[in-house]
Design a protein around this ligand. Structure first.
Ligand SMILES: [Zn+2]
Length: 134
């Protein structure tokens, strides 16, 4: 995934090198946890919120996945886009099938490790040093 940092009123241009079509995305407003984006695109380009189906414009169905953590035995439930979940179960790479889930949710689906145990694995606390001279 390409990551760009933009400020208010800055623009990202998406260009189809083949057809020359261009989509302009402008950051209109940033307020607390929401940003307002403006899109200028050719009529043949559909623009939809990511959680909506391209065909129906309705909310995409979710898959509810339950598991329990192999480390702490805590039960967990996550909801992910059903279509991507089925693709992943069918053999697609999880980062391709479910590109918008967080790393910790990805880990829950793959290994069952819950979010707090996942965080602990990457905790950069002081390492124990064994005394080899004893
Ligand atoms: Zn756990």
């Amino acid at each position: 995934m390409l990551v760009l940092t933009r400020k208010e009123d800055e623009v990202v241009r998406l260009a189809d090198k083949g057809s020359g079509q261009v989509i302009w995305v402008r950051v209109l407003e940033i307020r607390q946890e929401t940003i307002k984006l403006g899109f200028d695109a050719p009529d043949n380009i559909g623009i939809l919120r990511g959680e909506l189906s391209e065909d129906t414009g309705q909310k995409l169905p979710k898959a509810v996945v339950n598991g329990s953590c192999p480390k702490c035995k805590e039960a967990w439930t996550v909801e992910v886009p059903r279509h991507g979940f089925i693709q992943w179960k069918g053999g697609a790479l999880i980062q391709k099938a479910l590109p918008n889930i967080s790393l910790s949710v990805r880990e829950m689906l793959i290994s069952g490790t819950c979010e707090s145990c996942f965080d602990k694995m990457f905790d950069c606390g002081p390492e124990e040093v064994s005394d080899a001279s004893a």
